[in-house]
Design a protein around this ligand. Sequence first.
Ligand SMILES: Cc1cc2nc3c(=O)[nH]c(=O)nc-3n(C[C@H](O)[C@H](O)[C@H](O)COP(=O)(O)OP(=O)(O)OC[C@H]3O[C@@H](n4cnc5c(N)ncnc54)[C@H](O)[C@@H]3O)c2cc1C
Length: 499
Amino acid sequence: MTQAPDIVIIGSGIGGATIAAGLAGSGARITILERGERLPDTPEARSYRSIFVDGHFRPKETWRETDGTEFNPGNFYYVGGNSKLFGAVLLRYRSQDFTEMQHLGGVSPAWPFPYEELEPWYGKAEHLFEARGRLGEDPTEPVHSTPYPHAAVPDEPVIARVRAELKAQGLHPATLPLGVDIDAWLGGGRTPWDGFPNTGKGKKDAETASLEVALKDPNIELVTSAHVDTLEAGRDGRIEAIHYTHRGERKRLVAKLVILSAGAINSAAILLRSGEGKGLANRSDQVGRNFMNHNCSAMLAINPFKRNDSIYQKTLMVNDYYLSGGRDNLPLGNVQLLGKINSDILRANAPRYAPRFALDFMAGHAVDWYMMTEDLPNPESRIMVDGKGIIMQWRRSNMEALSGLENKMREHFKAAGYPVVLSQAFDKRTPSHQCGTVCMGLDPATSVLDPWCRAWDHSNLYVVDGGFLPTSAAVNPALTIAAQALRVADHLVKTGLSS
Ligand SMILES: Cc1cc2nc3c(=O)[nH]c(=O)nc-3n(C[C@H](O)[C@H](O)[C@H](O)COP(=O)(O)OP(=O)(O)OC[C@H]3O[C@@H](n4cnc5c(N)ncnc54)[C@H](O)[C@@H]3O)c2cc1C
């Protein structure tokens, strides 16, 4: 592209690539600056050991806690962002998630608009990501005005049996909506896809779904290895330039419109590092605050007399305790299958002295579940920066919901014939469902973005990654981020891409 772009998008993950897809064909000249490179197709991409023990795909980066403790985050910098390794669960927030809701640990605030506003965009996002699902099984399912574009991924035999066992207890196990063409995926290797990097073999992620559409437009270009450092604002409050480092060279790019989508944590960090004092877009002092990440645990339901020979496993969820079931009948959360674990994954999380045969036996007889409960917004749960470093002060909330959900499901799994049930919570090293940090809202004094994801303080700056989410709900976030990105793209086109 020889002329200066009209729009610069920072980050090619779910938010950035999907807004680019929504803007394709608009005539706007768009440059996407992406810090990572395309994920290479190497044998490590299907190796449990390389991924989960050696951390082959993890970044060579450390973040810090406020007490100075360093950790290596599972935050992935590739074209397509975190979605390259995602579980491809394409769930909509439930309609109640858009309203104020009392939880065990406090109140989850209302969104600035109701579910109905996002509903058509959810349908378009499901279409873009070629979602495979089945309606009518889940009691919490919100209204869908369009069906899933493809039939559901089938349960493997063991999982079909688990579905029947849970149904027999009066639960409503439902099919997980997924962005996976299972034959194409298994053609690339007989592994699960959850946590496995996608090298273009059947998983629909930000690169293989959204970016592929966007880059068909000759006006849209992708620049990789372009690490955005700061934004520069003019006296009138407009963002005048983007400063980035491209293969070691410092560069400055000017555009009429800037769409930040570096992920909830990195977008907050870029804003906090920019400008002077409190950073940019931060008149409200809310940038970096209200960091949320779901409270999750892995739960292994083990029957020592039944092998689980599933390959991918991840086709079921249970939402019977999503809206009720806790103390005072308050909400607990979502339960869904993990991708099938093996002994390498257990080894990465077990004491070093755990014998191999014991881990093999456990993995071979476990059905592996993922418990997910809502993390509530809290201004003291925040991302901060120290020069180039990122400091995470995650104040987890609503933990009673996680233990309540584990207790309920432990009883169900035991009643279904799994006498041994083990669980382990995910911690800060897994910021997979990061959100908040630049929440949208109706009041510039208490939010960073308006309901179209435009910064209250800068008329030509938008943020469309998970940072805009005012609540984490208790379902996987990617489809909601994609739906909002498409909604914002449509708004930009209808308003003449003006700022
Ligand atoms: C292992 C795993 C499993 C998951 N499973 C699911 C699932 O099943 N369903 C679901 O809904 N969600 C899942 N998620 C979460 C989902 O992937 C994220 O919610 C989603 O990718 C967030 O989109 P985003 O646009 O906010 O950020 P990302 O998709 O992470 O995109 C951010 C992009 O910005 C780039 N970037 C960062 N900093 C800079 C910079 N300074 N300059 C330039 N570029 C930059 C990054 O490289 C990246 O490409 C999972 C995540 C992980 C890690």
